[in-house]
Design a protein around this ligand. Structure first.
Ligand code: MF3
Ligand code: CO
Length: 270
């Protein structure tokens, strides 16, 4: 566990710098989302996102990370995370998770969403996507209580409420001058409550859920993570800053205002 490692706390100026990376990450993902349709290849989506990042003055932070070969991870159907873009042609009903990030002026952003191409094949696919999305926002909202980082896992587990599997072995993380930093942000309840939530913490909250079990395997490419039982999976992620008296979702264009207001959490006005 990373429990005793030092957590990077950001000043308000540093959070503002991270907001740039967050908004550029959003722009890249939103462009890929807009291009999602039957017939598009995952490589085409990756190229669109890379263009947005580079023309916005950023650098893709996945590209070259431990040798990772692309800007985005695009994980289709039973692929949970870290799917490598390539020749795969997307089809109606595919459950597509797109994860991406960038670095701007040395500060990192990281975000993901899942969307079904066209109409879902089964109602449960749409439910999986929506429940995972709600788990993300409830996990984020839990940080506003300024308790322990482990509160995120409680909130995610409560939001999923046993309807779907919560993927084992993959977690959210601290983020800032690197993409992956302490602390781990778990997606389920544990006895270890984790570190205290403090002003200046920046965390990537990222629940991953499946229609089946919690176990995964990594394919021979050493990246692609699939569900062991072949069930379809969803993944949502945002980079969040903890401010003195508020939360700021750095990778959401409205800072998270619309999603967090119903959960009783306010975000700063820009
Ligand atoms: N963005 C992933 C995460 O959410 C990490 C991707 S690893 C990479 O933490 F190598 F693909 F970049
Ligand atoms: Co992440």
């Amino acid at each position: 566990m990373l429990g005793r490692e030092k957590i990077e706390l950001k000043t308000p100026e540093q959070v503002l710098a991270m907001r740039k990376a967050g908004l550029l990450t959003y722009a890249a993902l939103n462009t890929a989302r807009s291009a999602l349709r039957p017939g598009v290849t995952t490589r085409e989506l990756d190229a669109l996102a890379e263009d947005v990042i580079r023309s916005g003055g950023g650098t893709p932070n996945f590209l070259g990370y431990h040798g990772y070969p692309a800007t985005l991870c695009i994980s289709v159907n039973h692929v949970v995370v870290h799917g490598i873009p390539g020749d795969q042609v997307l089809e109606e009903g595919d459950v597509v998770s797109i994860d991406g990030g960038c670095v701007v002026d040395g500060w990192h952003g990281d975000s993901a969403f899942t969307q079904i191409v066209g109409e879902p094949r089964e109602a449960a696919d749409a439910e999986l996507v929506e429940v995972t999305r709600q788990a993300l926002w409830r996990g984020i909202a839990a940080l506003a209580r300024r308790g322990r980082v482990g509160d995120v896992g409680d909130a995610v587990e409560d939001a999923v409420d046993g309807r779907f599997g919560i993927v084992d072995g993959y977690t959210g993380h601290g983020i800032g001058t690197a993409m992956h930093m302490p602390p781990d942000v778990l997606n389920y309840r544990t006895r270890d409550r984790g570190p205290k939530v403090r002003t200046g913490m920046c965390l990537a909250v990222e629940p991953m859920c499946t229609r089946g079990g919690v176990d995964t395997e990594v394919l021979a490419d050493e990246w692609t993570v699939v569900t062991a039982d072949g069930s379809r999976a969803a993944h949502w992620e945002h980079t969040v800053a903890v401010l003195d008296d508020a939360l700021w979702v750095l990778t959401a264009p409205d800072g998270g205002a619309e999603e967090l207001a119903p959960l009783g959490v306010t975000v700063p006005q820009e």
